[in-house]
Ligand binder design. Structure first.
Ligand SMILES: Cc1cc2nc3c(=O)[nH]c(=O)nc-3n(C[C@H](O)[C@H](O)[C@H](O)COP(=O)(O)OP(=O)(O)OC[C@H]3O[C@@H](n4cnc5c(N)ncnc54)[C@H](O)[C@@H]3O)c2cc1C
Length: 419
């Protein structure tokens, strides 16, 4: 079989472009296909990310617009401040970052097709069919990566199914923001399992949005209502509106099939409680890269001539053996991903389940009790937007989950947390 590329990646979002760059650094022939004409647009992100991302070398300083070291958490009638001395989160220019990651891949030798919608893949032969310049085109590659976001065609072709949340966001201008180092997060009963975020970006610009179980129309009403009644600035102007989908991780879905794998939102590699997918995605790229490099060592990808030159009687055995190498490499991708993230995901699903049992009154009670028992200090100390299991373990260790919530929920909570 003759291949045009070692790896074809469908989707030049942050995950597709970063993986393309990482693979081309290993001298692989890589192709990126994206249906967008201009990478990164429209913005579909609040752009807040754990500072740990800096260790992964994917975000140069020039794309950091602000840094946050704490959050004001709000229920309907109470507020709580959690903070650390050092900044914890970066607020980034997501559009510029996506374009930078794409250009970095191209400069390192990756080929690309923009304005090109991938229509179908054949995970057995390695064929990718896409629409380019109003024509149908196909390319063959040894490995196909679906990095095609929350509505992934590649993931659907595996038979995967996801639930989604809608997310909506406004860019809001005020005269001058008073507090740049804190974000506001609002936990209201009718938003669960989601929340509203208010993120200071520049000295006069906020990103204000929410994810929730509502459709976009209802979310717009909720945001308008929030700005009118709960926003701390009277004078403001909504200058842009965005929306997008957040997929819900489903552990029954597969991350690979034959020659193809999925990463990022295409694999719903998103933190359940926050809807954040950037840190987890960037971390997963290293796991996917390792598996792809192992898979490409297999002879399955040799041309027919190369295979025929081997002793005929052994050919079938060689091919079968190498198919196994390929499948084991991709099986390891799924295994390593799950080993790294599954425990954290399952704790976050339990946090979500817990929140969904609570009313606004319960939440008020919870915040009041948190303050009384000085448990807010625990949140400041152990809270981590991406590793929430650390804080949950502290709460469990101190028996706080049951004692901070109204006793009426005891039975449900004991069931969720196996207490
Ligand atoms: C409103 C909102 C706010 C968010 N805020 C945050 C946040 O603050 N922090 C955080 O960490 N995460 C956040 N997220 C999630 C984050 O944006 C995603 O996890 C991240 O974009 C995933 O990157 P990706 O490369 O996997 O997918 P995407 O960024 O979705 O990129 C997929 C790419 O594939 C292309 N594509 C899709 N289908 C095809 C096709 N058939 N053919 C060719 N190309 C195709 C698309 O054009 C796109 O360029 C937010 C999401 C939303 C919706």
């Amino acid at each position: 079989m003759n291949f045009d590329y070692d790896v074809t990646i469908v989707g030049a979002g942050p995950m597709g472009s970063s993986l393309a760059y990482e693979l081309s650094k290993e001298n692989l022939k890589v192709c990126l296909i994206d249906k967008k004409k201009v990478i990164g647009l429209p913005l579909q992100c609040a752009g807040i990310i754990n500072k740990r991302v800096l260790d992964l070398n994917q975000i140069p300083n020039e794309f950091i617009l602000n840094k946050a070291r704490g959050a004001y958490l709000h229920t309907k009638n109470h507020s709580l401040t959690v903070s650390k001395d050092e900044y914890q989160a970066l607020i980034i220019d997501r559009v510029a970052l996506d374009q930078y990651l794409y250009n970095r891949a191209i400069e390192s030798g990756v080929d690309s097709y923009l304005s090109s919608k991938a229509l179908a893949i054949d995970d057995v032969s390695g064929e990718v069919e896409f629409q380019h310049d109003s024509k149908r085109k196909t390319i063959m590659s040894k490995v196909i990566v679906g990095a095609d976001g929350p509505m992934s065609m590649v993931s659907s072709s595996f038979g995967n199914e996801f639930d989604y949340f809608c997310a909506s966001q406004y860019l809001v201008k005020v005269d001058e923001i008073e507090e740049m180092e804190f974000v506001d997060l609002c936990a209201f009963e009718d938003l669960f399992p989601g929340f509203i975020w208010v993120i200071p970006v520049y000295k006069n610009i906020f990103r204000i949005g929410l994810f929730s179980n509502h459709d976009y129309k209802r979310q717009a009403e909720i945001l308008d209502d929030f700005l009118r009644n709960d926003f701390k600035y009277d004078d403001y102007e909504v200058i842009e509106k965005y929306k997008g989908r957040i997929p819900v991780y489903n552990k029954n879905n597969r991350l690979y099939k034959n020659r193809a794998i999925v990463i990022g939102d295409a694999a719903a590699q998103v933190k359940p409680t926050t809807g954040g997918g950037l840190l987890i995605g960037f971390e997963t790229i290293q796991i996917a890269k390792k598996s792809i490099l192992t898979a490409l060592k297999s002879n399955v990808f040799n041309s027919n001539d190369e295979l025929n030159s081997k002793n005929d009687s052994n050919l079938e055995r060689i091919v079968e053996n190498d198919k196994e190498i390929l499948q084991n490499a991709f099986k390891d991708y799924q295994k390593d991903f799950e080993k790294r993230f599954l425990k954290e995901m399952s704790i976050q699903f339990k946090v979500q389940e817990t929140l969904c049992t609570l009313s606004d009154d319960d939440l008020d009670y919870f915040f009041k009790k948190l303050k009384e028992k000085e448990a807010d200090k625990l949140i400041s100390k152990y809270g981590d937007m991406d590793n929430q299991s650390i804080l949950v373990k502290e709460f469990l260790k101190r028996g706080l989950i049951l004692s901070l919530l109204p006793s009426i929920h005891k039975k449900e909570l004991a069931k969720i947390w196996l207490l």
